[in-house]
Each structure stands twice: as C-alpha cells, then as structure tokens.
Design a protein around this ligand. Structure first.
Ligand code: IPM
Ligand code: MG
Length: 353
C-alpha cells in the first residue's frame, strides 16, 4: 500500500497540512484507504515532545514512505538553541540530505485571477509560467561551517562535486525539453570558482539536449530580470543558496509566497512542502494561506504516484476558487472579503470537479 508520511511541523504547518490532507483524501475519494497516511513529529514540535528536531522514528518513516508531505519547521521558541539542534539545521536540512532529495522544483505560475494580487504591474507578471530547479543537498548550506578565535571569524564552505551539478542540470534540461525548451543557468561565474565549474558542466550537459536553448546569467542580474521581465524565463536552474533567494523573490510574481508549492525529489521519492516558512506571527489564527501546501500535494500525486488526472483536478480547483474571488489575507486587496485557512481548504474540496 502506498505510504505518505505527514509532517505538520511548526507554526502554520499545523493548520495548512490538515487542509492539504483533506483535499488529498477528497480527490482520492473511494481510494483514500488505499493510501496510508501516517503523521510524525518534526521540528520544534518534536523538540518539545521528544527532545530532538528529527527523531529516529520520523526519519525511519520518511525512508519507508513513498512520499512525504511537510508543513514547515522553526520558530522563535527554538531560535536560542545551538544552531545544529534548531529545527532548520537539525531537521529540515538533514532530512533532505538523508533522503538524497537533490532537486527542489518550484513552479511559479501567475494565475489570471491573481494578476492584481502581485505587487508588480499586471503587464509585467501577466502570463508568467516558469519553474526553478534549485540544487538542494550541496553547496554553502552543507559545506563545512565553523568559527575561529584568533582572529574572531566565521566561515561556511561552498563546494560542489561534478556529480552533484550534473544530476540537477540533467533534470532541468529534461523538464525544459518538455516545456518551452529554454533553460537559464544562474551562477556568479565572474567571481566564484564553483560557478565557473558549474557553467562548464552546464555547457557539457547541453550537448545531450541540442533542442534546448541554454543561457547563462549572473545571479544578481537574474534577480533584476525576474522583476523587470519575468516572462523571459522558462526553466531556471541554480545552486542551493541562489535558488533559495531567487524563489522567494519569484514567489511574489504570483501574488504571495503563500502560493509557492515545491517538490524536493530524487527519482519518484519526494518531499513536498510549501516554499514558505512556519510564519509564527500568524500561526494559530486560521488566517494562513493553505494553497501552497495544497498545490504541493498535487505535485506529490503527479511525481510520486503518477496520478496526473487527480493532480490536475486539484490545480483546477485552486484556480476555480480564486476565480470565484475567494482570498486568504495574504492575497486580498483592501476591501476584499477574506476567508480563513479552513474555509479555503473546504472551498477547494468543494471545487474538485
Ligand atoms: C526553503 C527554506 C529553507 C531553506 C530554510 C527554512 C532552511 O527557506 O525551503 O526555502 O533555506 O531551504
Ligand atoms: Mg527559502
């Protein structure tokens, strides 16, 4: 029986995950019992309960699952712990690493119903449909870290192996091939050796994909271009930290980071989570936007279970509720009626055709 490990985590994770699970069960109607949904602790919630951000039992359940659905981890309550014990470095990053989820896929699509929700002008964001492939288990976030006393200093090592670069590029090229056949590789090759290495490998991998047009762009320019003329992008591929930053930026094209879904994959296995954080400031108030998580659940059906029809039904339902004018607080313009997290989940269930 296919197994889905469910990890609500912290903050709004506790509110958005039940909505995504509700939508999943509804779209699988009649077959939901063919799937095992098992909930486990992660992040601050796990620290409070069992003293560890990534309990063995949770890691084991993730290894055994076909897919993992995650809310978010972290919050001010655990920020004073030593860095390695905190929810981010103690749970999320090791989980991604242990499951070898090297490819983080973040699609940014500007839905017609949300054109005016973006902080950018409508004619700039109209029609934007891009996807970012962020390398997720290498680079600066996983290199050696440390401090020295004399002189007082701190360091984080940025290192990439050829293999790490090649595999994410291949996936990005394959996706570009099935889309508009444009791949933009983002780096900082004018300064960083790791970027020059990345660029050489990108150029080499491109030989296997002659029908895809490969361009290279410096990350600072990419940040500017994403705001100036985002319609020029089809698929973007980049290293871990650049991808982290650029995807937060790109999420605003679609109106809110509350819309940005993500899949972290390695083959069929994947961890599906919204790109946003645990938003402690709005947690527990039933005001968070569950759509990024619901859309991540749709990505899960597609990537891990080949349930393309069901994935599309969820995506269409999301479109429909937005077209009906339903808005959570992050998407609403002044004067627009606002609905809560639960109500948005219910509306999506109702809209499933
Ligand atoms: C993300 C988040 C995480 C990351 C944090 C919480 C460690 O910002 O998924 O983008 O940097 O990968
Ligand atoms: Mg981020």
């Amino acid at each position: 029986m296919p197994k889905i490990t469910v990890l609500p985590g912290d903050g709004i994770g506790q509110e958005i995950i039940p909505e995504a699970v509700k939508v999943l069960k509804a779209v699988l109607a009649g077959r939901e019992h063919d799937f095992e949904f098992n909930e486990y602790l992660i992040g601050g919630a796990a620290i409070d309960e069992v003293g560890k951000a990534l309990p063995e039992e949770t890691l084991q359940a993730c290894h055994e699952a076909d897919a993992v659905l995650l809310g978010s981890v972290g919050g001010p309550k655990w920020d004073t712990l030593p860095a390695k014990e905190r929810p981010e470095l103690g749970a999320l990053l090791p989980l991604r690493k242990q499951l070898n989820l090297y490819a983080n896929i973040r699609p940014v699509k500007v839905l017609p119903a949300l054109l005016s929700a973006s902080t950018l002008k409508e004619d700039v964001v109209k029609g934007v449909d891009l996807v970012v492939f962020r390398e997720l288990t290498g680079g600066l976030y996983f290199g050696e870290k440390g401090r020295t006393d004399n002189p007082p200093a701190a360091y984080d090592v940025l290192i990439y192996t050829e293999e790490e670069i090649r595999r994410i590029l291949k996936l990005a090229f394959q996706t570009a091939q099935s889309r508009r056949k444009k791949l933009c590789s983002v780096d900082k090759a004018n300064v960083l050796e790791s970027s020059r290495f990345w660029r050489e490998i990108a150029t080499d991998v491109a030989k296997e994909f002659p029908d895809v047009e490969l361009t290279h762009m410096y990350v600072d320019n990419a940040a500017m271009q994403l705001v100036r003329a985002p319609g020029q992008f089809d698929v973007i591929v980049t290293e871990n930290m650049f991808g982290d930053i650029l995807t937060d930026l790109a999420s605003m094209l679609s109106g809110s980071i509350g819309m940005l879904a993500s899949a972290s994959v390695s083959g069929k296995k994947g961890l599906f989570e919204p790109a946003h954080g645990s938003a402690p400031d709005i947690a527990g108030k039933n005001i968070a936007n569950p759509l990024a998580t619901i859309l991540s659940a749709a990505m899960m059906l597609r990537y891990s279970f080949n349930l393309h029809v069901e994935a599309e039904r969820i995506e269409k339902a999301v479109l429909k509720v937005l077209e009906q004018g339903l808005r959570t607080a992050d998407l609403a313009k002044p004067g627009e009626k606002i609905i809560g997290t639960k109500e948005m989940g219910d509306a999506v269930v109702e809209a499933l055709a």
